[in-house]
Design a binder for this molecule. Structure first.
Ligand code: XMP
Length: 319
């Protein structure tokens, strides 16, 4: 029971007034916005909140556990985890086209979320982590680059289908205010400063067909890169840092034998708005540590590349 500052207090009061004694459902993704929404609602209405995490099998290493620790061990929120890895991987089998992957992941997500949400009998509101810049962007040129990114973000589909009233408590806030609110509410810095992660998750970083085996390789390599950049104190200096598993096998040598294994790319970008981005000038010795750890520790990878493309013309993600 810490004392919240006036700003956090005001937002909490607002939520209490809007919600009254009704029940709110909140989808958790592990990202900053949904976590702050959930923490805020938990502070405001406690047991009237039910959270849903759909584990699509495309999350980063330990991500499900991180959310569970935060929302059921730290906060005592009602959190329902939908274990849907098998379903998503079955939908993705044989699919190589990126937009088709997104489409399948999006519709599976809606189905899983809906099935869980309808179990929560008296639910009235659906909470969303819409921020002020999202509100502005959705009113902008429908064919402009902002609209295209939003389309990628697969927001929109959920609420109308489910028939809940929307509650968007971060609608007036900018990202820095959301982070400040998150810290005020007791979320750890590691969560509040997390890099954005796409809704389709590791599926769009596993180029070509997504398989369970490929995801294991990608997840391990990604975790090493994040750990190393954190250890170097540079995580917050970059906007997004991650690994992409390339659909390429390359020749290597181990002892006397030739190997024929996977290549991965490290991607790290600096950007203010994600519309344009420059590749991060990471120190060579950091890149060297990332590379040798990936090659030594991740079975099935024998080559690491660093992506030095800026956006435009390259995008941040590879798919
Ligand atoms: P691109 O690759 O378009 O990425 O330069 C810009 C930002 O958007 C994120 N991104 C997505 N986020 N669903 C999401 O929720 C998606 O399908 C998606 N595609 C890209 C990307 O991670 C970057 O932050």
């Amino acid at each position: 029971t810490w004392k919240l500052d006036d700003f956090a207090d005001a937002v909490i009061q607002q939520v209490r007034e809007q919600v009254g004694d009704r029940r709110v459902i909140c989808g958790l993704s592990g990202g900053v916005d949904s976590s702050v929404v959930a923490a805020l609602l938990y502070k405001a209405i406690g047991p009237q909140l039910s959270c849903i995490l759909v584990d699509n099998g495309l999350l980063r290493k330990n991500e499900q556990q991180l959310v569970i620790n935060e929302f059921t061990n730290h906060f005592k929120a009602d959190l329902r985890v939908v274990e849907a890895e098998d379903r998503f991987l079955a939908s993705l089998a044989g699919v190589t086209e990126p937009q088709e992957k997104r489409r399948r992941i999006g519709s599976d997500f809606i189905e899983c979320f809906k099935a869980e949400a309808t179990q929560i009998k008296d639910a009235h509101f659906l909470a969303q982590g819409t921020l002020y810049p999202d509100v502005i962007e959705s009113g902008a040129d429908p064919d402009g680059p902002a609209a295209t990114i939003k389309l990628h973000h697969n927001v929109g589909g959920l609420p109308a289908e489910l028939g809940f009233e929307l509650i968007e408590p971060l609608r007036d806030l900018f990202k820095d205010e959301v982070r400040r609110l998150g810290l005020e509410l007791g979320l750890p810095e590691s969560l509040v400063w997390r890099h954005p992660f796409p809704g389709p998750g590791l599926a769009v970083r596993c180029l070509g067909e997504v398989t369970r085996d490929k995801l294991v390789v990608l997840r391990e390599a990604d975790a090493i890169v994040i750990e190393e950049i954190e250890n170097a104190g540079l995580y917050r200096e970059t906007s997004q840092t991650f690994v992409v598993l390339l659909p390429v096998q390359s020749v290597g040598v181990m002892g006397d034998a030739r190997t024929y294994e996977n290549a991965v790319a490290i991607r790290s970008v600096d950007t203010n708005d994600f519309m344009t981005a420059d590749w991060s000038r990471l120190p060579y010795d950091l890149l060297a540590r990332m590379s040798s750890r990936i090659i030594n520790e991740v079975k099935g990878v024998n080559r690491v590349c660093y992506d030095i493309s800026s956006k435009p013309p390259a995008t941040i993600e590879w798919e």
